[in-house]
Write a protein that binds this ligand. Structure first.
Ligand code: SF4
Length: 281
């Protein structure tokens, strides 16, 4: 049986960068998880003594804080700095961009519309950069724009992981409602690259293994995309879940992994599948 990895899989640029930054700052704490993968968070703790804190009170117990890829609110950043903490910013540059846009455009008097989930840490952070919270609106669909006091000048940005088609609908709805619209494409391509590569492989493979946290939404999405092309798809967190019967009589095993799956977990899975394939021979 041949084993083939999708052309694009696993960690995105922002996560790789954040992990490297955390490794370069041992004995610190990350403000919020750098990635949704408990094995990787445990590894950072074990090998580099990098802790994880989820709120400002716990963050203040550490001297050095590494800011997660999704960013934090402007207020929390200010508190950390005012308390003399060493702040290492690992916010993904694709997240810093909408933060800066929201700050600059709100200063210029534009009403801000943010397409995203108001409970997501990235969106809480982006929205906090507006100088006018009263004129900052977070929506999940074009329908939610109805009745909002938008004024005549609007600037719109999107959460990095949102679907482009839904963003287009929001931009189109705004374009006919306001006199001046500034629409910024702040969607990140990393997730789509992994999805397209996994779909391409699922069309050719006769069994697919998708590796990633059971709660990782982008891994679940990869799994459901592959499943739409191939019935024999399996979502696992690590090699201990592999079952030899999945590979019996198969010619091509495709592998993909969610954006928060570290390379060492993927390597362990590939090694175990190779062992299973060799035993069958
Ligand atoms: S998915 Fe995109 S925006 Fe999010 S951390 Fe990765 S590169 Fe940055």
């Amino acid at each position: 049986m041949k084993i083939e990895l999708a052309k694009s899989y696993g960690f995105c640029y922002g996560v790789k960068r954040a992990i490297k930054i955390a490794e370069e700052h041992p004995h610190s704490a990350t403000f919020g998880p750098l990635i949704h993968n408990k094995d990787e968070i445990n590894r950072l703790k074990k090998d580099y003594d990098v802790d994880l804190v989820e709120n400002i009170d716990d963050a203040l117990k550490f001297d050095t804080l590494v800011i997660r890829t999704h960013g934090i609110t402007k207020e929390n950043l200010k508190i950390l700095k005012s308390q003399g903490k060493k702040v290492i910013n690992a916010t993904c540059p694709y997240v810093t961009t909408p933060q800066n846009i929201v700050q600059n455009m709100s200063k210029e008097g534009y009403t801000i519309v943010i397409f995203g989930d108001k409970n997501h840490p990235e969106i809480k952070g982006v929205a906090s950069y507006s100088v006018d919270p009263e004129r900052t609106h977070i929506v999940l669909s074009a329908k939610e724009l109805i009745g909002l006091p938008l004024g005549t000048k609007v600037a719109v940005v999107a959460q990095t992981t949102r679907k482009p088609q839904q963003y287009q609908e929001i931009v189109a709805a705004l374009a006919v409602r306001v006199a001046e619209l500034r629409a910024f494409n702040t969607i990140c391509n990393a997730t789509f690259e992994n999805q397209e590569a996994a779909a391409e492989l699922a069309k050719r493979a006769d069994v697919m293994v998708i590796i990633g946290g059971k709660h990782s939404s982008n891994t679940k999405q990869l799994y459901s995309i592959c499943k739409s092309y191939l019935d024999e798809c399996y979502h696992i967190e690590n090699e201990s879940e592999l079952k030899p019967k999945w590979f019996k009589g198969k010619k091509l095993c495709g592998i993909s992994a969610g954006a928060s799956t570290p390379d060492w977990i993927i390597e362990n899975v590939v090694k175990k599948i190779e062992e299973i394939a060799n035993n069958e021979l």
